[in-house]
Design a protein around this ligand. Structure first.
Ligand code: BEZ
Ligand code: FE
Length: 282
């Protein structure tokens, strides 16, 4: 048997050679590549013992602040662009289909189903905005029975779940089901930009890297319909100052929506946007 004592030179092969014969092929593939790139990273930067310890301590603190309400590891993945990369790899869509973006930590299951045209803003703050459009298939046909789950921050830049007791429950959230014409409409507020939770290790890291924690103003959408891929997306306000520097890299050009200022409308703003769903088999 060849000797496999660990050396700096053979580190990758030696660690990977330890895997047992019954390891599943996919786990073998993933772990082999992980070890390869992790070791190559340490070699490339000549990682010092102190830096290794700092990294361990960072991950420990990331775990310690993580709870049912706070997912610091996903936040870390988000600010490293890793969440958006995994999302892109897994949601390659045909031309014309609405693009995905990051889900984020503030979606809540079970929002109230509202009547088409209803308001989702329950705290009366902010500039009112009519969001409207259609849910369509790739050929432009309306999709009936599509479920549009929407959520946004309030005018102070906080989601209701960040201010329990301060904001009404389900503030700026709701679910709308399209009818025959595929149309949706609801009244919310013109969203405002806000910082991602930055009082933990991820916020500290952004500070060290000279990065701000802000996300450009956006409205979140989860659009589902039988026979179509799940669409997790946002629409963005076009002139937001953080559009080109979103802390989690979620902006895509196709998701920047018009926000028209209305002079005599029932709302102060109107934002039209159509969602185009991709069939499951594409
Ligand atoms: C959000 O848009 O709600 C969000 C996304 C990623 C990290 C933090 C917040
Ligand atoms: Fe958000």
């Amino acid at each position: 048997m060849t000797e496999h004592y660990f050396t700096e030179e053979n580190s990758i092969e030696t660690v990977n050679a330890r895997m047992g014969p019954n390891t599943s092929p996919r786990l073998r593939e993933v772990m082999t590549a992980l070890v390869k790139h992790l070791h190559a990273f340490a070699k490339e930067v000549h990682l010092t013992q102190e830096e290794w310890w700092y990294g361990i301590d960072f991950l420990t603190r990331t775990g310690q602040i993580t709870s049912g309400e706070r997912q610091e590891f996903i936040l870390l993945s988000d600010v490293l662009g890793f969440s958006m990369l995994v999302d892109a790899i897994n949601n390659r869509r045909p031309i014309g289909a609405t693009e995905n973006t990051v889900f984020g930590p503030f979606h809540v299951e079970g929002a109230p189903v509202r009547q088409m045209g209803d308001t989702i803003c329950l705290d009366g703050k902010g500039e009112t905005c009519l969001f409207e459009g259609k849910v369509l298939d790739l050929d432009g046909n309306p999709i009936k029975g599509a479920r549009i789950d929407v959520w946004s921050d309030n005018a102070d830049g906080y989601y209701d779940v960040q201010q329990p007791g301060l904001q009404p429950k389900w503030n700026n959230r709701g679910i709308f089901i399209t009818g025959e014409d595929g149309r949706y409409a609801f009244v919310g507020i013109k969203p405002v930009s806000y910082p991602i939770p930055d009082d933990g290790p991820v916020g500290q890291m952004l500070g060290h890297l000279g990065r701000h924690p802000y996300r450009p103003a956006h409205m979140h959408y989860l659009v589902t319909a039988d026979g179509y891929q799940r669409l997790v997306t946002h629409t963005f306000v076009g002139n937001d100052k953080y559009l080109a520097s979103d802390s989690v890299f979620g902006v895509k050009k196709s998701l920047v929506a018009p926000f028209e200022h209305l002079k005599d409308g029932a709302t102060q703003w109107r934002s039209p946007f159509d969602f185009v769903l991709t069939p499951l088999d594409r």
